[in-house]
Design a protein around this ligand. Structure first.
Ligand code: FAD
Ligand code: SF4
Length: 513
């Protein structure tokens, strides 16, 4: 007997640590599609199709290389529906010497994995997930040496450690960060190039039928499914981005436009998170485009910062702070999630655009997640646990290690500032500046009170006033607090009444009305 090597759905990588030193003559690779993983969160239909299809393609590719693969299908008779159950069954069948796996992306799964040894009576080796650019031990030491954790400083260390965009020990171009150049609104004449799509092949179509049959009432539609499901497709998607969208990625990184869900974004998060693409390959492709004069530095640095900086940083925070991080609620937010986040039926055009696109594509870009839904949840004081569950449910790239810190840390400030030094709170003016949503909205972004006023405005001041005491010690909140304190009491009262009326109204109802 050899080893049982367990590969999870988001571990479809040839270079996976659990597959290293594999002996094709003796070892068996187990990939198990289990009901528990499909339903512990009621994932978007596209997410389930994506993961199962990627697993099936990966299993086939391994088998084609002569590896003994045991692929347990979701609808196979005898499937126990849990990872632990399938590992135990495979262990009983193959009687391996031991089990090898790679550190999972989720706390819940790690806890489960740690029980496999007792359950099977076999030694279980959990190897580091070295598909990431920063190992967790390094992050922990970096974090322990600091009073405050800030992404920008972490990112600089990562630039130094990897040599990405470095020249003679200095940042390329002389600065670490070109964000100030990356806040343009989409000019009316600019038409973003359509991203490469990957129409479902026979394997994906079979999974789509399974998902429609087994998860008919999960959120979202499958009609527009076009995600890469193999490493080769993911590489083609990356190349398409680098050639056609990367050059203007920086300029329009924060822009939003009605009917333009992708703009100049990369659409690589699903492939990165499943392991179809490596973060280093993404960064190197972008850097090469800059060195060849095919993309400007502000775009390339901005893109690399998202992957080398933010993506690695949020993973570090997750493993540093879990399991407590999931329960944090520093702003004591308790409001239930509005029904309109499922139905898309709201007069707020910004929210309607984002929710409908999310339903159809299982995708929204970062500013839509952060500054439309995230911002509304922050201002309205929606319960972080419910917001977390929503983001986990609706996006094809949702995996807890990356979703949770973004939701609790970045969008909701529920971690009290572990991740970000101030809440990303904004009024309608921000959305108006960065998008064309307000033009076609039933509400008037220039008004803060009165029947047709943009709700984001009153909610913003209500939020600042509600947390005035807490924010008083935060120098980065000094400006809004100063404005708040200079406000006529009658004006503030009117704003807070407008916010209360909106919050009690149909737009924020938690059930269909
Ligand atoms: P691009 O804008 O083209 O960026 C390139 C890559 O950089 C992304 O693919 C991603 O891998 C990485 N990246 C960018 N921003 C972040 C970030 N803040 N944190 C981590 N990585 C980042 N990303 C996920 O992968 N899964 C999630 O579940 C997820 N949930 C989020 C929830 C909220 C509330 C917010 C505000 C952000 C969330 N993000 C999540 C981060 C980000 O929105 C997505 O990674 C990005 O929109 C994916 O689209 P893209 O590939 O076109 O990204
Ligand atoms: Fe959103 Fe207000 Fe603009 Fe309408 S007016 S799109 S609610 S920000």
């Amino acid at each position: 007997p050899g080893l049982l090597r367990v590969v999870l759905g988001d571990q479809c990588s040839r270079a996976l640590s659990a597959l290293r030193d594999l002996d094709p003559a003796r070892d068996v690779v187990l990939l198990a599609e289990v009901m528990g993983e499909c339903t512990y969160v009621r994932h978007h239909k596209q997410k389930i199709v994506l993961v199962l299809s990627a697993m099936r393609h990966f299993a086939r590719a391994l088998a084609a290389r002569g590896v003994r693969v045991e692929h347990i299908r979701l609808d196979e008779p005898g499937n126990t529906g849990t990872l632990a159950g399938e590992v135990a069954r495979a262990a009983a069948r193959h009687r391996p010497e031991g089990i090898v796996c790679t550190h999972p992306g989720e706390w819940r799964v790690l806890a489960d994995m740690q029980g496999w040894e007792a359950a099977t009576g076999l030694p279980v080796e959990i190897r580091e997930d070295d598909r990431f650019l920063c190992d967790l031990g390094w992050f922990r030491r970096w974090a322990q040496a600091r009073k405050q954790l800030r992404m920008e400083f972490f990112y600089r260390e990562m630039r130094r450690a990897t040599g990405l965009l470095m020249e003679d020990g200095e940042p390329a171009g002389g600065a670490w960060n070109y964000d100030a150049e990356n806040r343009k609104r989409l000019d009316p004449g600019t038409v973003p190039p359509p991203p490469l799509r990957f129409p479902p092949d026979a394997i994906t179509r079979e999974v789509m039928a399974l998902v429609e049959a087994r998860f008919p009432d999960h959120f979202g539609t499958l009609d527009a499914f076009a995600w890469p499901v193999t490493a080769r497709e993911a590489e083609a998607a990356l190349a398409d981005f680098v050639t056609h969208r990367l050059p203007r990625f920086g300029d329009y990184q924060d822009a939003m436009a009605a009917g333009e869900p992708v703009l100049f974004h990369a659409l690589v998060s699903t492939s990165l998170n499943l392991g179809l693409l490596s973060p280093r390959a993404c960064c190197e492709a972008a850097e090469a485009a800059w060195r060849a004069g095919r993309a400007p530095l502000n775009a390339v640095e901005g893109f690399i910062r998202q992957i080398l900086g933010w993506r690695e940083y949020v993973r570090g925070i997750y493993w540093l702070k879990m399991p407590d991080y999931a329960g944090l609620n520093a702003l004591e937010a308790t409001r239930p999630l509005p029904w309109s986040w499922w139905s898309g039926e709201t007069r707020m055009n910004c929210v309607a655009q984002v929710v409908r696109q999310t339903r159809d594509l299982a995708y929204a870009h970062h500013i839509q997640r952060l500054m439309v839904t995230g911002n509304l949840a922050l201002l309205a004081g929606i319960d972080p646990a419910q917001v977390h569950a929503w983001y986990m449910t609706v996006y094809a790239d949702a995996f807890e290690w990356v979703e949770l810190p973004n939701t609790h840390g970045m969008a909701l400030h529920a971690d009290g500032g572990i991740m970000a030094s101030k809440p990303y709170a904004a009024s309608g003016a921000y959305i108006h500046r960065m998008s064309d949503y307000c033009r076609a909205c039933a509400y008037d972004v220039k008004q803060a009170t009165g029947p047709g006023a943009c709700p984001m405005n009153a909610l913003y001041w209500d939020f600042i006033a509600r947390h005035e005491r807490r924010f008083a010690t935060n120098p980065r909140m000094a400006m809004p607090l100063q404005t708040l304190r200079a406000m006529e009491p009658a004006r503030l009262r009117a704003l807070r009444e407008a916010a209360a009326t909106f919050l009690a109204g149909p737009e924020m109802a938690s059930a269909p009305g």
